[in-house]
Design a protein around this ligand. Structure first.
Ligand SMILES: [Zn+2]
Ligand SMILES: [Zn+2]
Length: 141
């Protein structure tokens, strides 16, 4: 009876047997480690802005921001082609609300073409919003 059980147990582990036969224990552990690091990497917020901005993390953060802020350009109040501008390039995924500001595509492009891109653009962004709003509020002749 005991022998039968042990044979059954052996047969119920075909994968383990296959692994042992086809690869060394060292190679098997290496494979497990590689899978583990792949899984960790998939759950990590990208550190590079260009990667981050296309990631699910930014998508989530953006949606959270617009739950409590209007989707309108801070300068012209347009609600078309709204982009969320980073005033500070850090804390990706956990950006402070006050470091983000919605701008329409045109004003977002104008800002970066005038100011470039720097790690901290809080002052630049606030100045740009005030100055551009003033300039554009002049009646057109
Ligand atoms: Zn605008
Ligand atoms: Zn920007």
């Amino acid at each position: 009876m005991n022998t039968k059980i042990s044979i059954f147990e052996c047969l119920s582990r075909p994968i383990e047997t296959k692994v042992k036969k086809s690869m060394s224990m060292k190679a098997y552990r290496k494979l497990l480690r590689r899978q583990e690091s792949k899984r960790k990497y998939a759950n990590r917020i990208p550190k590079k802005y260009k990667v981050y901005i296309k990631s699910k993390w930014w998508e989530k953060r953006k949606n959270l921001y617009f739950q409590s802020h209007e989707k309108k350009c801070a300068i012209c109040s347009s609600s078309e082609h709204i982009q969320l501008h980073h005033m500070v390039y850090k804390n990706y995924g956990n950006e402070k609300d006050e470091h983000l500001v919605p701008l329409c595509r045109e004003h977002h492009n104008l800002f970066h073409s005038q100011t470039g891109t720097h790690t901290n653009m809080v002052k630049d962004t606030n100045d740009f919003i005030i100055e551009t709003s003033e300039i554009e509020s002049f009646p057109k002749v």
